[in-house]
Design a protein around this ligand. Structure first.
Ligand SMILES: [Zn+2]
Length: 256
């Protein structure tokens, strides 16, 4: 991703019945505690929720097919993705537990609905409810696990398995066969040239694992992609299932 992409601030609009799997995992009392403080918003692709150094005053729960990436700006201006967050999670003040400057930039990769709460209010409510505090803490654990796995993956695994892993993560979040991400964007997220991604995508298409047209990728054979992907996706999913059972939106269902 180029420096400067995603400089627009997230647009705010009314949403209709958005669904967060993380919020749905809460008990009735915790959902009732949060409900008066949640505002429905609509994320626009490419918009930025916060940048590194910003005070994180809002926490967002992506809903439905919305996907947000946490990216770190490097000294040479390049951006590196560190984690993706969809309807299984939340973004903003989760690990830091409150109103502290952001270390990474949060950019919307797949637009859609989300629910927003003031981070300070969320912290107050967590103090009132040990079970709410526990669920958010469990998600923070899963988010860190995802980041740790990504570090290992980026160091140890070659591009094609990483590419497949990324497509599986994106499909889990989008919830459909069509993954609305361009090859240019994937190249930025994977830290390689677009021509390199094009070559890998062509190879996967030749094996009938994916199809791409007009800048969009369709996953044709999920099982085939899983066979080519490294084990990093599976490792993160299994950790989610252990720590927050049923919350990760694995496309096609729970792991065996
Ligand atoms: Zn890997």
């Amino acid at each position: 991703m180029r420096q400067g992409q995603g400089r627009r601030r997230a647009g705010v609009a009314k949403g209709v019945g958005p669904s967060s799997r993380l919020l749905s995992a809460l008990g009735y009392e915790d959902r009732a505690l949060l409900a008066p403080h949640l505002a429905a918003v609509q994320f626009v692709r490419g918009s930025m929720l916060f940048d590194a150094g910003d005070d994180v005053v809002s926490t967002h729960f992506p809903c439905d097919g919305t996907m947000v990436s946490l990216v770190v700006a490097l000294p040479d201006g390049a951006l590196a993705e560190t984690a993706t967050v969809g309807r299984e999670g939340a973004i903003g003040g989760i690990v830091s537990m409150g109103h502290k400057p952001a270390f990474a930039r949060a950019v919307v990769q797949i637009g859609g609905p989300a629910l927003r709460i003031d981070t300070a209010r969320l912290e107050e409510l967590k103090m009132q409810s040990p079970s709410l505090r526990d669920t958010i803490s469990r998600y923070a654990n899963c988010l860190i696990a995802q980041i740790l796995q990504s570090v290992a993956c980026n160091v140890m695994h070659s591009l094609e398995p990483r590419f497949c892993r990324w497509l599986l993560m994106a499909q889990d979040r989008s919830g459909g066969s069509l993954v609305p991400l361009t090859q240019e964007f994937l190249a930025e997220m994977l830290g390689v040239q677009r021509t390199t991604v094009t070559a890998v995508a062509a190879s996967l298409q030749a094996r009938n694992l994916i199809a791409y047209a007009r800048g969009r990728i369709t996953i044709v054979d999920r099982a085939g992609l899983e066979a080519v992907a490294c084990g990093c996706h599976d490792a993160v999913v299994r950790h989610f299932e252990c720590v927050l059972p049923g919350v990760y939106p694995l496309f096609g269902g729970a792991p065996a």
